[in-house]
Design a protein around this ligand. Structure first.
Ligand code: ZN
Length: 334
C-alpha cells in the first residue's frame, strides 16, 4: 500500500475551514426545492439539475451557484440546508468547521436577511450535541462591489456574539480589484473580525498579494497560483499564512487543468501552510472525506499525516486560544 485508504481516514476527527453553506446544496435537494417552489427548472426536463451540476468552467460553476441560491426562498429552506450540512459533517467525524455564508444574497432574491441569518446561526448551534461545532464567516460577492460588503460587515458585527468570527470575499476574482474592498476589511480588522479572501484561484499570484496587502487576509481561499511567485511562497511560509486547498473544486472550475497533477503536491513539497477543504461539496459532488482520499493519493500520505494536518489546521482557525484548547481536548490532544 502506498497511501492511506479511505476506510483508514474515515474515523479520524476532521476540521474544515473553507466550506460554503449555499454550495453545500445537493442536486437531490435542489430538485426537491424546485418542486416545492414550482420553479422553472422543472420545465427544463428531468435532467436539468444534473446538467446544471455538470459544469466544467468557472462561469458554469457561478451559474449553478446562482440557480441554487435562487431556490433558497425561505428561512426554513436555509434552516434545512444548514441542518443537512451539519449532519453530513458529523457523519464524517468533522468536529469543527468554519462555514462561509453569504447573507447579501438574501436581499438580492427578496428574502428577509435577518430572519435567514438567525435561522442559519440558530441551526448551527444545534450541531453541537451531534459533535460538530461551527463558527461562521460572512462572505461577500466580489462582483457586486463594496456596498453589499459594507452591509455584510454590519451583519457580521451585529451577530458576532452568535458565532460569526470573520469576513471573506468570494465570487468572480477577476471582476473587481481588492482595493475596492480595502476600507471595509480595514474596518473589520479594527473591529476585531478575522479576514479571509478567495485569491489566486483563477487569477495569478498578484491577486494573492492584493488579498494580503489590501485586505489583510489571514487565510487565502485556494491560492494555487501563489506557486508562480517565489517571494510570495517565502512570505506565506514565514508568516504561517495558509492556503485553503480544495482539490475537486479546482478541477471542476478549471482553476487547475484536469490533466495536471494538482498543485497540492508542490505546495506540500515547498512547505507552504495549507488546510484541506470541500469548498462547495454539494455543487462539486464531493465531501471532506473524499478530499482527504484524493490528497492521500496525490501526496502518498498515511493516516498519521492527516492527524498532523488536523493539528496544524486548528492553529489556523479563527478561534481564541481557549476555544482551540477545547477542540484539542476533543481531538484527544488535550
Ligand atoms: Zn470558496
Amino acid at each position: 500500500m502506498t497511501h492511506a485508504a479511505g476506510t483508514e481516514l474515515r474515523d479520524i476527527s476532521k476540521i474544515e475551514t473553507h466550506l460554503h453553506l449555499e454550495g453545500s446544496l445537493t442536486e437531490q435537494r435542489l430538485v426537491a426545492l424546485a418542486s416545492k417552489h414550482q420553479s422553472s427548472l422543472l420545465e427544463k426536463g428531468p435532467d436539468a439539475a444534473a446538467q446544471l451540476y455538470n459544469f466544467e468552467t468557472f462561469t458554469g460553476f457561478l451559474n449553478a451557484y446562482k440557480v441554487c441560491c435562487e431556490h433558497l426562498k425561505t428561512p426554513e429552506d436555509y434552516r434545512q440546508l444548514t441542518a443537512e450540512l451539519l449532519q453530513r459533517l458529523a457523519d464524517q467525524h468533522c468536529v469543527y468547521a468554519e462555514i462561509l455564508f453569504t447573507p447579501s444574497i438574501c436581499p438580492r432574491f427578496g428574502l428577509p436577511a435577518r430572519e435567514v441569518i438567525e435561522a442559519v446561526l440558530e441551526t448551527g448551534r444545534e450541531g453541537q450535541p451531534r459533535g460538530i461545532q461551527v463558527r461562521w464567516i460572512f462572505d461577500t460577492v466580489r462582483q457586486w462591489g463594496a456596498d453589499p460588503c459594507w452591509q455584510t460587515l454590519e451583519w457580521a458585527l451585529q451577530y458576532r456574539d452568535h458565532g460569526v468570527v470573520g469576513l471573506c470575499i468570494g465570487g468572480d476574482e477577476a471582476s473587481q480589484p481588492a482595493r475596492v474592498f480595502r476600507d471595509v476589511f480595514e474596518s473589520a480588522e479594527k473591529a476585531g473580525l478575522h479576514r479571509s479572501a478567495h485569491a489566486g484561484e483563477i487569477c495569478d499570484a498578484r491577486s494573492v498579494w492584493h488579498a494580503i496587502e489590501e485586505l489583510r487576509a489571514e487565510r487565502i481561499g485556494h491560492g494555487v497560483h501563489a506557486l508562480e511567485d517565489p517571494l510570495l511562497v517565502d512570505y506565506l511560509i514565514r508568516h504561517s499564512l495558509p492556503l485553503e486547498i480544495s482539490i475537486t473544486s479546482n478541477f471542476r472550475t478549471g482553476a487547475v487543468d484536469k490533466d495536471c497533477v494538482h498543485p497540492i503536491l508542490e505546495i506540500n513539497r515547498r512547505g507552504i501552510p495549507f488546510t484541506l477543504n470541500s469548498d462547495d461539496p454539494g455543487l462539486f459532488r464531493t465531501s471532506l472525506q473524499r478530499e482527504w482520499e484524493l490528497a492521500a493519493g496525490i501526496l502518498g500520505w498515511f493516516p498519521e499525516q492527516f492527524v498532523e494536518l488536523v493539528r496544524r489546521t486548528l492553529r489556523y482557525t479563527f478561534l481564541t486560544e481557549d476555544e482551540r484548547e477545547q477542540i484539542r481536548a476533543i481531538l484527544g490532544d488535550g
